[in-house]
Ligand binder design. Structure first.
Ligand code: SF4
Length: 213
């Protein structure tokens, strides 16, 4: 577990929240401008006392978002290239034990889908999705991205968590973004619903955005 997670695992949240006043939180919202918040400033915004200040936070967030992105709406199409999954997440229809028909698209099939989506919908961004399985080798993902980059300006992946080296290989062929759902930030509850496979590793998943970044 990295230092950040280790530190906040043993942090005394009760005392921190008790000492915090509503005006402390208001000052953070008012005076932080658009700078990246310190850990404890961010924690203050997540505190129980901050729940009455949600409107103020929403207005501030809206101002910063518009400052950076304007009134832009980003639309992308999802493309599932494999529903084979080695994991056993109790809530998901793709889980390994579910006897559904499984498909793993060939590179030719992926190209056909890419042509169809780009020509019919005029969408410029695509998110490539798979179940989490060793069948989705880094070579397979790399070649899929290469094909998609011919038809889309932005390619994002939502696949199994990868190592930093693997993200780098995909970045080199044009990967623009990574999506990863943690599903749950309470370790004990997480373990109840993720029963088999690599997704049982709570910390490795939690640290995925850091490796990707
Ligand atoms: S890893 Fe993803 S696709 Fe596989 S069972 Fe879990 S939620 Fe479903």
């Amino acid at each position: 577990m990295d230092k950040f997670l280790q530190h906040y695992k043993s942090f005394n949240y009760e005392i921190f929240f008790e000492k915090l006043s509503t005006s402390d939180i208001e000052n953070i919202i008012k005076n932080s401008g658009d700078k990246i918040l310190e850990d404890l400033e961010f924690l203050a915004l997540l505190s129980p006392k901050a729940s009455n200040l949600l409107e103020k936070m929403a207005l501030k967030a809206n101002t910063i978002t518009e400052q950076y992105f304007g009134k832009e709406i980003h639309i992308y199409a999802p493309l599932y290239i494999s529903n084979i999954c080695d994991n056993e997440c109790s809530y998901c229809g793709f889980k390994h034990s579910n006897p559904i028909k499984r498909r793993h698209l060939t590179l030719e099939e992926i190209e056909k889908e890419a042509i169809f989506i780009s020509e019919t919908l005029g969408i410029h961004s695509i998110i490539l999705l798979t179940g989490e399985s060793s069948i989705n080798s880094i070579e397979y993902l790399k070649n899929s991205i290469k094909i998609l980059k011919k038809y889309f300006s932005t390619v994002i992946i939502e696949v199994q968590p990868l190592s930093q080296e693997e993200y780098n290989i995909l970045y080199e062929v044009g990967l623009d973004g990574v999506t990863v759902y943690q599903e749950c930030y309470h370790k004990e509850t997480y373990s109840k619903y993720h029963l088999k496979g690599n997704k049982t590793d709570y910390s490795y998943r939690l640290e995925t955005p850091k490796r990707a970044a």
